[in-house]
Design a protein around this ligand. Structure first.
Ligand code: HEM
Length: 494
């Protein structure tokens, strides 16, 4: 194989052997990557030991390399230990091009706008359950949001209706998630979100890990298998509900797509869109990105009462109080929509995603070596001052009148670029919009007060890791009025 020749992209000067390791902070590396961009430009390179890393710091750079050269940069780095645990099976880390194509096609068969529209009533049912649960136990709002996202995911993947917190299917998925969390590497370490570094022997966990990897693999495979068999049984018994698995089994040509491709693709509809950067090292909760976005929304409402009021006025004026907003109302609620855009801009749930150069490439005259790790810095892209004046300020107004097709729009950045971009985007947009619009219609979200009546304002801080959340915070979520309480009481619940 002939290597290409050329000068690599410039970047911060590396130290011998360890490269730029000590120049990276232990947490929120994306902030440092963003700062380096000011000095070294929108695309630059640095090193960790012998691995070159290329940072894409602007949306233009993302489009150029990932939309423009999808085939070359379509894969994610796959550490040995992830492969050992079998987590490369499915979509997120799938490397086999045929299986990946088949799996993404299955996801599209339920997640593209047209098939997704069939799930609108189901989705609204789950949102109503959320609202009901929040009214009865407001302090548990994060758990309720998780329950919401898991419930919708399992309907879409397997036609499984979750009716209680003790649902055996959810229970098994949670055990699986806990096992991931247990996966051994120190917290808040850079390896947490750059797991490809675990290629280096000094960080490879000892023999104990082999045993763990074997156990993880067994659990992941049996979870996938169990869901698949459940749908087959439902079909045999004539009680199957529409889902990805049902569609593939009943409408697909027999034998065209292997059973295990169907089973893993379906499993990843609820286990992930999981943490694509640090897969095995974090608690893997279904639809974590959506949970992150909705939690960030609540945080920003606590901190920005005027914004909240303005959105509530919009909803009262356009929707009235005789019905609740639906996704089809999106275009008539531009202010509400602008809040979501601004939440996604300041808190993209995935701050950085990793890809890998499949071959040597010459880009704009510079050499990108094969196996260079590509860091797509969504967090940095969404804070570029030239596109977002006063970039660190929460200001939904900036979106009023700005087209959805604008390439700097968060919906065109936060879900990624190219053929590996997020297949769950439409679902995420619909779920977030419906939840936000209905919550604003029925609840006031506010700071809690201390015994002297002083409001307690939560911090702005977010967690570290492949998917970031607001640091857990308390707040008050109360029905806006007696009428709101009455509507909430009447909502369908479990
Ligand atoms: C606010 C919500 C969400 C955000 C911001 C988000 C963002 C992302 C991003 C940035 C990626 C990596 C894309 C890339 O490499 O360029 C991704 C991948 C993925 N997401 Fe999402 N996502 C969200 C919700 C969802 C949902 C609801 C699902 C459920 C179906 C989902 C399923 C996936 C899958 C399966 C992948 C891996 C795709 C592949 O590797 O081919 N995501 N997402």
């Amino acid at each position: 194989h002939k290597r290409k020749k050329g000068t690599p992209f410039s970047g911060p000067p590396p130290a011998p052997i360890i490269g730029n390791l000590l120049q990276l902070p232990p947490t929120k590396v994306w902030e440092r990557l963003f700062e380096w961009g000011r000095t070294y430009g929108p695309i630059y390179q640095f090193r960790l030991f012998s691995t070159p890393l290329l940072v894409l710091n602007t949306w233009e750079a993302g489009r150029e390399m990932l939309d423009g050269k999808s085939a070359l940069y379509g894969n994610r780095p796959l550490p040995k230990i992830i492969e050992m645990s079998g987590f490369d099976k499915g979509v997120v880390l799938e490397h086999d091009p045929t299986r990946l194509r088949q799996a993404r096609k299955l996801l599209h068969s339920v997640l593209q706008p047209r098939p997704l529209a069939q799930y609108r009533e189901i989705l609204e049912h789950h949102v109503d359950v959320l609202l009901h649960n929040i009214m009865h136990e407001p302090e548990g709002y994060v758990d309720h949001i998780r329950h919401l996202t898991a419930g919708i995911a399992m309907e879409i993947s397997h036609g499984h209706r979750v009716t209680s917190r003790d649902d055996p299917f959810v229970h098994r998925a949670n055990i699986f998630a806990d096992n991931f969390a247990e996966a051994s590497l120190p917290n808040n370490h850079i390896v947490d979100w750059l797991p490809f570094l675990a290629r280096f022997p000094s960080w490879l966990p000892g023999m104990g890990f082999k045993e763990k990897a074997r156990r993880f693999k067994e659990q992941y495979f049996s979870l996938a298998d169990e869901g698949h068999r459940m749908v087959k049984d439902d079909i045999d018994n004539g009680v199957a509900r529409p889902s990805l698995t049902y569609k593939a089994l009943v409408e697909g040509k027999p034998g065209e797509v292997p059973d295990d491709v169907i089973a893993f693709a379906a499993t990843q509809v609820y286990t992930g869109g999981a943490d694509t950067a640090s897969l095995p090292f974090q608690k893997l909760i279904s639809y974590v990105q959506t949970v992150s976005t909705l939690s960030s929304f609540i945080l920003f409402m606590v901190k920005n009462p005027d914004v909240q009021k303005k959105a509530q006025e919009e909803i009262d004026r356009i929707i009235g109080s005789n019905r609740l907003a639906s996704f089809s109302d999106r275009d008539s609620l531009p202010y509400t929509e602008s809040i979501i855009n601004e939440v996604l801009r300041l808190r993209p749930p995935v701050s950085v995603v990793t890809r890998e150069a499949g071959e040597d490439d010459i880009h704009n005259g510079y050499l990108v070596e094969k196996e260079t790790v590509i860091l797509v810095n969504f967090w940095g892209m969404l804070r570029a001052e030239e596109h977002y004046p006063d970039p660190h300020t929460f200001n939904p107004e900036r979106w009023i009148g700005r087209e959805r097709s604008d390439p700097t729009h968060p919906l065109n950045i936060a879900f990624g670029f190219g053929r590996r971009s997020c297949p769950g985007q439409h679902l995420a947009e619909e779920l977030v919009f419906t939840t936000v619009a209905r919550m604003l219609a029925l609840f006031d979200i506010a700071p809690i007060k201390d015994e002297h009546g002083n409001p307690f304002i939560p911090s702005d801080d977010s967690t570290n890791g492949g998917i970031t959340f607001p640091v857990p915070f308390r707040c008050s979520i109360e029905p806006r009025s007696d009428r709101a309480r009455w509507i909430l009481e009447g909502l369908e619940h479990e």
